[in-house]
Design a protein around this ligand. Structure first.
Ligand code: HEC
Length: 422
């Protein structure tokens, strides 16, 4: 059984040659990764927490009320943005520094100022001294990524509306629409000193453009889509690209050659990438609960990051229907073992006959704690026939219905077996 206590497989001891290692402990997929100059790694997870890893051991930063999409180091301070619409700063105690009307997807830091990209279509500017915040508006759809120029006077943004724009930080006004790509742009990274910006889009386009003119300098588009992650090594010499098909491509930005290109997962995307401070390792995250780190120099040797023991990475075609229902619709948020394992929802261990809201290692909404429900075949069936939002109005379990009565019956049968003690 996989418990939160499982820490890591391998950790390179300081000063020795770089090695492959994994960071394990999150209860859900790793959504984003950041590295501090001293090598500390921060991971944002679907399990609502941020993991802070020093020498391979995690410290959990808990507080977000939904999946954490983005994480950033500002010096040695950690910042994060979440599906709960907030931007948090994790000095002790952690505090909310920004609030959007939609998911927070990207962050950037300037001295004393944090910028956030949100699916509410705006960019938030949040001064750390408590001065008034500002919203930069103009994008026609969700904003996915932001980056400051080296002098912090200009902010660049990428949006689902298919444009890249620049903004004057002092006035908050849009200065240029640098590029109109047409398809949504998911990611951007800036190498201001070298004068270029790289972006990755929904249609698989990966391009490098001149920051001032918007002219295309290089095109690394392959037949893989969408592009979900971009990372630049601290010295700007390597650019890594992660895509929806599970590949990581590493581009040498001096020669503009593809230095490595390998399939990092058996199934599923790579949506989180970051370089170690020395640029020697590339850290990656996708559907798996673990973060994987490869020495760039050895990428040809390690070709996989998939952990095939995980049910949602197993071939669903090999499962019977009830197990498949659980793997596809529940396993991302619920464990079946004795602990909730840092997942977004409580463990379903010994679910039958259990009163709602009573798992002790899980923090429920008041609605569920107060609900007078005993979980059995009928109540679980009703939960997904009506949907949690109708069956227990006010629960934080997301809306989801299972329309086919046969699928619900198979799921209940599977849960009856899988939630029993061995
Ligand atoms: C995206 C995350 C998510 C998914 C997917 C999800 N759940 Fe949940 N579930 C939750 C959360 C969060 C709670 C706790 C809700 C609260 O406290 O209001 C919960 C609560 C429950 C409970 C009540 C447990 C208790 O201790 O009272 C049951 C039963 C349950 N879920 C079953 C399922 C099943 C079966 C599926 C798949 C069909 C599923 N859930 C899918 C997040 C999820």
């Amino acid at each position: 059984m996989r418990l939160a206590a499982l820490i890591l497989a391998l950790w390179p001891s300081l000063g020795t040659a770089q090695e492959f290692f994994t960071l394990k402990g999150h209860g859900g997929p790793v959504m984003d990764i950041a590295t501090a100059a001293d090598g500390t790694i921060a991971t944002a997870s679907f399990d609502n927490s941020v993991g802070l890893w020093r020498d391979g051991a995690p410290q959990w930063l808990d507080g977000h009320e939904a999946a954490v999409n983005t994480v950033l180091f500002d010096g040695d301070t950690v910042l994060s943005g979440s599906d709960d619409f907030t931007v948090r700063l994790w000095s002790s105690p952690g505090r909310i520094i920004g609030r959007h009307q939609g998911k927070v997807m990207g962050l950037a830091a300037a001295p004393g100022l944090i910028a956030s990209a949100s699916w509410d279509g705006s960019i938030g500017l949040w001064p750390l001294d408590g001065a008034a915040s500002r919203q930069l508006t103009g994008h026609q759809a969700g904003v996915n990524a932001v980056a400051f120029s080296a002098d912090h006077r200009t902010l660049y943004s990428a949006s689902t509306d298919g444009t890249l724009r620049s903004w004057d930080v002092a006035t908050g006004l849009e200065t240029a629409q640098i590029l109109r790509h047409g398809f949504g742009i998911n990611e951007l990274v800036l190498n201001h000193d070298a004068g270029w910006l790289a972006y990755g889009a929904v249609d698989g386009v990966t391009r490098v453009i001149d920051i001032t003119t918007g002219a295309e300098l290089r095109d690394f588009t392959l037949d893989r889509r969408p592009i979900l992650a971009l990372a630049l090594s601290p010295d700007g010499g390597l650019l890594a690209v992660g895509d929806g098909e599970g590949y990581i491509m590493v581009i040498d930005t001096t020669t503009w050659r593809i230095a490595r290109d390998f399939r990092a997962t058996l199934r599923g995307p790579v949506w989180a990438l970051a370089f170690s401070p020395d640029g020697q390792n590339i850290h990656a995250g996708g559907l798996d609960d673990a973060m994987y780190s490869w020495p760039v120099a050895s990428l040809a040797e390690h070709g996989q990051m998939a952990d095939t023991e995980r049910s949602f990475l197993r071939d669903p075609g090999e499962m019977e229907n009830g197990e498949r229902q659980f793997a596809r619709k529940c396993s991302i948020c619920h464990a079946l073992g004795q602990t909730s394992a840092r997942k977004a929802g409580p463990t379903l261990y010994r679910l039958f006959g259990r009163r709602a809201g009573t798992v002790t290692d899980y923090s429920y909404s008041d609605t569920l704690t107060d609900a007078q429900i005993i979980w059995d075949a009928d109540s679980i069936n009703a939960l997904f026939d009506l949907g949690p939002d109708h069956y227990i109005p006010g629960t934080k379990m997301p809306m989801q219905r299972i329309a086919d009565p046969a699928d619900r019956a198979d799921l209940v049968d599977y849960l009856r077996r899988a939630t029993q003690p061995e």
